[in-house]
Design a protein around this ligand. Structure first.
Ligand code: NAD
Length: 301
């Protein structure tokens, strides 16, 4: 049987390793990126380099996009839907605004294509290891068609609802994460001033009502969770800049449906301040430094 062909557009930090995993799973992957370096790196992993997004989609059964923001996805999809044959499956795994996702779905459906928004969590580590979580929005038919492709790049797949539901799930989850990380950082900064050791606070809170992922899997101080970025100079991980992007998407979505999200708004402001101080490329847990009233997240008291 001939291998199915997948077009892959956007071969950056996430898209590059995701496309490589599709190659490993036996797909023929035709890739395109505006960056020649990204294209060269993907080619070294077995991706067939294409000269344009449309060339990458030529003859493809499915096309995956992994792009920076909604404007990029709208632009690329508006060209794609004119070029691919009806029935082609289009998957957008970028994290984008819900509105752009719905516009992209509508343009695909108008041309007889199947579409899903399928943003991911798991970061670059998950993209390389093929252990991403996909949260998808779209019809049951489109999700069923996408399943085997997504499984080649991830471990957990969730069909969250209709068009845009994947993006909605992603930004709601990351709003919880941004808020909870700030809460955990504030507790450690307070504990330090009260003379409480990091380990003592961790031991109590990790088995008490303060328990959450930001504490037990991603502890923002060095020591209690050896794999957390705090033990690695706050190298990401998940950068503060990407957290700010997702918190802003959550705020835009909240505004569009008149939802009240005061802590989400505050978290967005704090990460904007942190980025403005020059820390956007540090891990998002490094915000503990700013909450201590210091210039850098990397310092311990
Ligand atoms: P990235 O900047 O490394 O990659 C994006 C790539 O898209 C770049 O290589 C860029 O050259 C390319 N690109 C832009 N416009 C293009 C176009 N018109 N045609 C072809 N290529 C184009 O970003 P990333 O870290 O790979 O993130 C991609 C998406 O995944 C973003 O939406 C991000 O929010 C989301 N995401 C990232 C992470 C993470 O940890 N990096 C985690 C979850 C989700």
């Amino acid at each position: 049987m001939t291998a199915q062909t997948i077009g892959f557009i956007g071969l950056g930090n996430m898209g590059g390793p995701m496309a490589a995993n599709l190659v490993r799973a036996g797909y023929r992957v035709q890739g395109f990126d505006l960056s020649a370096d990204s294209l060269t790196m993907a080619a070294a992993e077995g991706v067939v380099p294409a000269g344009s997004a449309l060339a990458a989609a030529e003859g493809a059964h499915a096309v995956v996009t992994m792009l920076p923001a909604g404007a990029h996805v709208r632009r690329v999809w508006s060209d794609l839907v004119e070029a691919v044959t009806p029935g082609t499956l289009l998957i957008d795994s970028s994290t984008i605004d819900v509105e752009s996702a719905k516009v992209a779905h509508a343009s695909a459906e108008a041309r007889g294509c199947l579409a899903i928004d399928a943003p991911v969590s798991g970061g670059t580590g998950g993209a390389k290891a093929g252990t991403l979580t996909f949260m998808a929005g779209g019809t049951a038919e489109a999700f069923a068609r996408a399943e085997s492709i997504l499984k080649a790049m991830g471990r957990s797949l969730f069909h969250c609802g209709e068009a845009g539901a994947g993006q909605a799930a992603k930004i709601c989850n990351n709003m919880i994460l941004g808020i909870s990380m700030i809460g955990v950082c504030e507790a450690f900064a307070l504990g330090e001033k009260l003379g409480l050791s990091h380990q003592a606070l961790f031991d109590v809170a990790s088995v008490s009502s303060g328990q959450c992922w930001s504490l037990t899997s991603y502890c923002p101080v060095p020591g209690p969770v050896p794999a957390s970025p705090a033990n690695n100079g706050y190298r990401p991980g998940f950068s503060a800049g990407l957290m700010l992007k997702d918190l802003r998407l959550a705020q835009a979505a909240a505004g569009s449906v008149h939802a009240t999200t005061p802590l989400g708004a505050e978290a967005a402001q704090l990460y904007a301040l942190f980025e403005g101080l020059g820390h956007g490329s540090e891990d998002f847990s490094a915000i503990i430094g700013m909450l201590r009233g210091r210039a850098s997240g990397g310092e311990t008291p």
